[in-house]
Design a protein around this ligand. Structure first.
Ligand code: CU
Length: 138
């Protein structure tokens, strides 16, 4: 009986503490505009840059085709390749070995790094040369 009563009393106390903390934060944000340590304008922008750099570029293999067949990425960007087919596929630059995922088994995924040099790079699946795509590096 008494532990339950204690627990019941603890919850409102914690909530009150949280409410007091958030109230204090709101107060300092609203009132204390002269705080030099406030770096909130810089923080969100650096976060969004990180997010757009990570994992934005993706190629899906489905029904023996690349989707999208034409993809534009940044130089040196990491591209994720997802194989939704049962067959093994690759993403392999048609010329110069600019990039190559190697074999990606059905249901698996892989990655490759886009070339550091801007340009247009055709790619194929080495097992199914009729699977064609184009990677544009800008
Ligand atoms: Cu293939």
């Amino acid at each position: 009986m008494s532990p339950a009563a204690r627990r019941r009393r603890t919850v409102p106390l914690a909530l009150t503490a949280i409410a007091a903390l958030s109230f204090a934060t709101a107060c300092s944000n609203t009132g204390g505009g002269s705080k030099p340590s406030t770096s909130s304008p810089a923080a969100p922008s650096s976060v969004s840059i990180t997010e757009s750099t990570l994992g934005a570029a993706q190629i899906t293999m489905r029904n023996f085709a690349f989707s999208p067949a034409t993809l534009t990425v940044k130089a040196g960007e990491k591209v994720t390749v997802v194989n939704e087919d049962g067959a093994t596929h690759t993403v392999t630059a048609s010329q110069g070995g600019a990039f190559d995922t190697g074999s990606i088994a059905g249901g698996k995924s892989g990655t490759f790094t886009a070339p550091s040099k801007a340009g247009t790079y055709a790619f194929v699946c080495t097992f199914h040369p009729n699977m064609k795509g184009t990677l544009t590096v800008r």
